[in-house]
Design a protein around this ligand. Sequence first.
Ligand SMILES: [Zn+2]
Length: 274
Amino acid sequence: MTAAGPATTVSWAVLALPLAALLGLFVGSFLNVVVYRAPLGLSVVAPRSYCPTCDRQLAWWENLPVVSWLALRGRCHGCHEPISARYPLVEATTAGVFVLVTWTWHGNVLSIGYCTLAATALTVALVEYGGRRAPLGVGALGGTLGAVFVAGGAAWLGRWTVLGWSLGGAGAGALVLGMLRTRDPEAGDPRGHGRTLLPSAGCWLGGLGLAGALAGAATWLAVTFLCLVGLWTVHRRSDAGDDPAVGPRLPAIVAVPLVTSVLACMAVSLVVGT
Ligand SMILES: [Zn+2]
């Protein structure tokens, strides 16, 4: 991006943004599979996508992101049972996030790493908001891939500050994650209420400069505080103290404060930091 006149801006955006949207749709389709199968300990690559009601494997044309759901009017082609609108929504959301990330990084190679980190955060959030716990492997694999892509992209562009701070951030996140898991009474349990996002969030913040990192950290604290106030209020009202039955009645975004605060932190820091 040396000669960044208006014409240059238009030309990269015309190519990069539709590509990001298309990639986001297919990644979103894969995330749907991961969100459904990973917490159940099932393989995310085999078998191919099937209808959860009639167990029939889907043809390629029934499995196109958003388009197939619309064409089939939200019903399975075989058993005509409704297919949740969640699937096309996740695909469209992932596409939107990829476009936003690519736009803020001006379509450069760092977009790849940041899209990977965003997809990881989205996956863990969807699992946790669905009332399940995201396996450690999802956050670890996504976070590691994202960090490698961010570091590789930064090295490619010669942006050594981004390289150093993003790896430092990922390392700090991994350290905190390790400490939390050690202190956890269920340390052997490979689950963790979104804690597996800490290395990804650290890498993300590290690459966005001081202003982005500070704005992100402030958002993180503010959202955590609001969620904790929400949790406390519900517990007090229910007058049930530690009754675990109180948990499921809470809105998911309040019940998993770490996930919600990480998502808010990532969104704000991206906008402020680039
Ligand atoms: Zn079916």
